[in-house]
Ligand binder design. Sequence first.
Ligand code: GCU
Length: 602
Amino acid sequence: MKRKLLLFMLSMTACVDMMAIEEVAAPMNVYARDVLSLNGKWNYIIDQQNIGYYDYRMNPTPWGFFLDAKANHPSDLVEYNFDKSETLDVPGDWNTQDEKLFWYEGTVWYRKKFQWTPQTGRRALLYFAASNYMTRVWVNGKKAGEHEGGFTPFCFDVSDAVKKGENTVVVMVNNVRRKENIPTQIFDWWNYGGITRDVMMVSVPQIYIDDYFVQLRKGDRKTVDVNVRLNKSCAGKKVVLSIPELKVNKQMTTDENGVSSVSLRIKPVLWSPKNPKLYRVNLTMEDDTVKDEIGFRTIETRGKQILLNGKPIFLKGVSCHEETAYTSRRCNSAEDADTLISWAKDLGCNFMRLAHYPHNEHAIREAERQGILLWEELPCYWTIDWTNKKTFACAKRQLTDMIARDKNRANVIIWSIANETPHSDARDNFLSRLAQYARTQDSTRLISMAMEVTGASNYVNRLHDNMSKYVDVVSFNQYIGWYRDVNDAPKMKWEIPYNKPVIISEFGGGAVAGFHGDKEKRWTEEFQENLYVQNLAMLDKIEGLAGTTPWVLKDFRSPRRMEPVVQKGFNRKGLFSDQGKRKKAFYVMKKWYEKKDLQYKK
Ligand code: GCU
């Protein structure tokens, strides 16, 4: 009997060791490639003690859930069964799909079966748009790889693991919060877990266009810099760039690193919120063609001004989490984004701060189509483990992937590397290296971070931050009226000793939609309305104010907001309720943006 069991176990493990799978860069513009979506119903198993991965000695077991094993003989011992397990939708967080997972932080296993036909001369990639937080992936029982970080894409070349016919992908996702993670243990949003964004198989030629950058040079509205990289270091490959509408048809040749660069003079209609003009751009190399829609604009600063296409602009913004309107779950589609964008547009916005982590690609592209400028942010939020090398590597990886994914989006103008981080040498060391690294990845956009006001005596608010020399825009959060008395606002003076544009990246206060009363009464719409009136009058006095992103577009879920009468698990600082009800402060903000329009028209 034992011999049969052993033979069964060995038969399961033997076949998986022969093949090689590797993590590869997530190909640029994956949605324009030859893909097979794996979205839909996935069977899942909750595994609080990671028994699907570790044995009872906490050693990784070769007989884990990744084998998707079946009992073939009546006496076989298999203590899990994906076929008989419930399903979750992918993409989607697990918290809002299954009541018993609403608060769950731990491991969930996912399994999906799919049909595949390997094609001669082509590679098979398995692409995840994101999965929160720690993800391990197996294909047909073979480990494809793992990824840390919940908000950026990752990809594996599984050509040597997939086979003709039915294939199985098993994914282990763990969203436990840890000190060394990015973000760290505490944050004011719901820790949505799971395979939160699209999953797809991607078919590409053996050698394909892996990455490209097609953007106007900083401050030059007529020179486009083009950089193309292949997945392999192949010299002499011909890549043709075409932009039909601009009569561009340029052949480029790769160097020994599989890279080619060229600069061209073009006269594009510039992308702007009023005219979000996009051009069809084609890149072809042998049997690989990638089509994209790209806009051309310049973004720069001049003293305390932000210049879009050489003209001063005021960033009429709002901060926003990646959480759906009405249903309050993780967003994962253009439709989800469209609702939030329409609310921001209602407010009169031309700009959105996507807090505090990279949102999904559908949202970025939808905002680009609708003329909304974007601030994207790395979740270096609050008390990061600054001296931990692994933590820095994780932050750097997320920054690399955020920039790599969205560097061709005309509407993305600011890369933010952090939010409300306590001052220390270790912090400065960590963040200054990230800021400098970001510039090596993209020299065309602005770098910023959400700082905090330092020292406020005698009604003088000072912003002294060593990081201000590493950023293009000094941005800070301030909560006069909520975490400080609203009556201080009229007396407030600001000391911001930097010749750089200023963005107020957060201000605001809570209110329950429909709850009315005296403006002194907290949580009433009148309290929030008055707070906005006082704050906006105060902000009007800040010299060099170039933008605002009030906190926050809509009420959003947070485990830090459990007051049972008004909060009920929601941060109530929205200008909209989670059900789309405009609060009185909404109209104050809208009116102020109309006034800004008039000021900037002159
Ligand atoms: C902070 C933080 C937000 C948070 C907000 C609040 O400034 O950046 O993530 O939600 O304050 O207190 O509501």
